[in-house]
Structures are given as C-alpha cells and as structure tokens.
Design a protein around this ligand. Structure first.
Ligand code: S3P
Length: 425
C-alpha cells in the first residue's frame, strides 16, 4: 500500500493546464460511440483506471479503438458482440450503472463485476426500474450487488419517476429507452448532471429536456459520431481550488475546465464562504468550458442543503475548506454520500477528527467547526476523493495519507501537480 506524504506549503501562485480530463464525459464518450455507425473522434480522453475500464469493455463488446497522437478513434461494431468473459468495471459506479442500462436491451448475455468497493455499492436503483420494463437483470441480493448478470431483451417504454437525483440512474434509463418500442419519460426530483442529454442530443438523438423531466424518443437510425475534446474535470480541479482558498496568500488558475452549472456548484459555495472565485467562459460546444481563478481570502462558515447533486463529488474537498472557516458549517440532504466510493460522511468525519477538527456525523450530512489543522496520518479508505482531499488538508501542517493507489482511478497526475505546490512524495 502506498503512502503519500505532503509537506506544509508556502504561499503559491500557479496556473494549471494539466488537470485530468472529465471522468463523467470520458465514460460517456466511450459508451455513446457504440450508438453510432461511424468512427467517433475523442480528444483528451481521461487515461485513468475507471475510464480505461470502460474503454476495455467497449473493446470486449466489439468496438475498435485506435489512438493516434493522443486522439482516440472509436469505431463501433455493426452488432454488439457477446463477450466470452465478464466485463470488469473496476472501481467505477458510472461504468457499471450506465452499462446496465445500455446492455439491458442488447441481444446477448453479459456479466459486470468490479473491485471490492464497487461490489458493495447499490445497483438496484438501476436494476429495479429496468426490470419493470422487462429487463432480465440479476445479481447478489436480488440484483442489489454485483456481479450483475444481464440477458438483453427488447424493452417496453416507461414513465418512471426516480426517487433520487442521480445522473447514473437517469443515464442508464435513457440508454435503455433509446432502444425501446415507443417514447419513454424519465423524471427526477432535481436536475442531476446532464452530460448524457447534451451529448446524445449533439449526436442527433430525439430527447426533449424540461429541466428534471426528459422525454426520450427511440432511435430510428444510428446516431452521428462524436467529435469532441473532453474538458478538464471540475471535480478534479476542485482539490487545487480548495488548496488556493486555504493556504494564505495563494492563487490558482485552472485552465479549460468544464463549466456546466450542474458541476461547479462547489466553487460557488467557496465563493459564498469568502474566497475570490472568477469564471471565464471560453467555448460552448457540447458543454461550456473555460478557466477558473481562485484566490485566498479568510473563509466563513456556510450551511449547504440545496443542489446537493451538483456538488456531491466535491463535498470531501469542500469539508477541508469548512474546517478552515470561521464558525460551524453543515451539510444536509446528502445521504447519497453514504453510498459513494466509501461512506463519505463517516470517512471524512473520522479523518477530520484525526487532525484536531471538531466534526460530527448526521444521518444525511455533517457538521464541521473551523479550527487549526494539526499534522496527522490519514486513511484513504480506498476512496480517491478522500485521499486527495486529505492530501490538500496536509498542505496546512504536513501529513500523510495511507493507501493512495486509489487516486489513479480518476487523477493519475494528482501527485506530480501537488508537488508543484509543496513537496509530495
Ligand atoms: C456520475 C454521477 C454521480 C457522481 C459520479 C459520476 C456520472 O453519481 O457522483 O461520480 O458520471 O453520471 P450519481 O449519479 O449516483 O449521483
């Protein structure tokens, strides 16, 4: 198990143009390329463990993937192949859930599995609505846990209201609906990240989107191929945004980041807490992208209870900012944190206590009192975002994080970038 040690940082002023490419969009590029009959072109695909798993899976399903000068050319098969081996989703909930939706209506038998962390994450949120329209999906605990088996079937149309705002559930159901016999309707409590809708519409799919309600017309022909440059991931970039917001007299400029409103809410919370945050929009093809500047300023506490799905992945890093703020911050309505790569309510609170910060769990969030960080040895709990959040916390008084291989699931260049700010080894 590798240990990452981080020294206390001096003030820094840095421009970062090598933040990892967006994970959500990269997964979708690989998978959606299968919906066309022509070659998709993908620039800046994320080369991290999670998204490489998805690429391996589409190859096992018959796609040809060629790389020339860093650009991926993905040519779909004329018919999805039935793979003789199980499909390995690694640590990726996005890969497993989206594939469940896609494969449920493809002819053949498929088995999805993942690592020990993914194997304990809930899958019935996708299996159950798909079963209602005829999908043959099973798994341990009646389809709740992987390995997941799927025998593809022609599915019926649906009108489904999801009890949770989850882009993974939404995307799985949209993918299933594209292959149904008649139009389907999907609704969720609040709009979750909408990359699936944007990308599929860009490829020519007939989706009618009304904020949190989508009508999906089945594809009558193959979709147009993708021609896309994946922007930098705002969730990965956020670790360095927090670093600039908590190390006195520091500044960071994060280049070419995805600026979709469902992904930058955490930056807005940082702004509300007092940090200087500027967005400069540059492009808008499938998605809006641009630069984000973050400058240090003393932070004050904040209560977060809205738009939770827009900042769910950034909450572990945001907790580090809460712990540096004047006053007590709280998060509620965030029960989903309990079923991420780790139980992020429990793992974050445990680590904060280790460095002398007062923090307590709630059923659906936590309370964190700002204080002074003391050097500590943290656990990653196998969760990439927990590992990177506490590496950033360590910039304040030094620290070490145990079991950091997980960082490679989303951001393999994290440590070299961190090393530009302070010694990370
Ligand atoms: C993702 C959606 C979110 C997010 C995950 C990636 C996606 O999960 O937490 O990291 O790419 O669709 P949920 O859809 O389960 O909320």
């Amino acid at each position: 198990m590798s240990i990452l040690r981080v020294d206390k940082a001096a003030p820094f002023d840095i421009t970062l143009d090598t933040i990892a490419a967006d994970k959500s969009i990269s997964h979708r590029c690989a998978l959606f390329a299968l919906l066309s009959d022509k070659t998709s072109i993908v620039r800046n695909y994320l080369k991290a463990e999670d998204t490489l798993c998805t690429l391996n899976i589409i190859k096992a399903l018959g796609a040809q993937v060629e790389e020339k000068e860093g650009v991926l050319y993905i040519t779909p098969p004329s018919k999805i192949a039935e793979p003789p081996l199980i499909l390995d989703c690694g640590n990726s909930g996005t890969a497993m859930r989206l594939l469940m939706g896609f494969l449920a209506s493809q002819e053949g038998f498929f088995v999805l599995h993942g690592d020990k962390y993914l194997s304990s994450r809930p899958m019935k949120r996708v299996a159950q609505p798909l079963r209602l329209v005829g999908a043959k999906i099973d798994g341990r605990k009646d389809g709740e846990l992987s390995p997941i088996s799927i025998r593809g079937e022609k599915l019926k149309a649906f009108d489904y209201t999801s009890p949770i705002s989850s882009a993974q559930v939404k995307s799985a159901l949209i993918l299933a609906a594209l292959n149904a016999k008649s139009p389907s309707v999907f609704s969720e409590p609040e709009l979750s990240r909408d990359h699936t809708e944007r990308m599929l519409k860009g490829m020519g799919a007939n989706l009618i989107c009304e904020e949190s309600k989508i009508t999906i017309h089945p594809n009558t022909k193959a979709l147009n191929p993708l021609d896309i440059t994946v922007p930098a991931d705002p969730s990965s970039a956020f670790f360095f945004a927090v670093a600039a917001a908590i190390v006195p007299n520091s500044r960071v400029v994060l280049k070419n980041v995805l600026l979709n409103k469902t992904r930058i809410e955490a930056y807005k919370i940082l702004q509300k807490m007092g940090a200087h945050v500027n967005f400069v929009q540059k492009e808008d093809k499938y998605e809006s992208t641009g630069d984000i500047e973050v400058r240090y300023a003393p932070l004050s506490a904040v209560c977060v209870s809205e738009n939770i799905s827009w900042l769910i992945d950034e909450l572990p890093a945001l907790c580090i900012a809460f712990a540096c703020a004047e006053g007590t911050s709280s998060v509620s309505n965030a029960k989903e944190l309990r079923v991420k790569e780790s139980d992020r309510i429990s793992t974050v609170v445990k680590n904060l206590k280790l460095c002398g910060i007062e923090a307590s769990e709630r059923d659906d969030g936590y309370e964190i009192k700002g204080g002074v960080f003391k050097k500590a040895a943290f656990e990653s709990y196998g969760d990439h975002r927990v590992a990177m959040s506490f590496a950033i916390a360590s910039l304040l008084d030094g620290g070490e994080i145990n079991d950091t291989e997980c960082i490679n699931t989303s951001f393999p260049s994290f440590t070299p970038i961190l090393n530009k700010i302070s010694k990370a080894y």
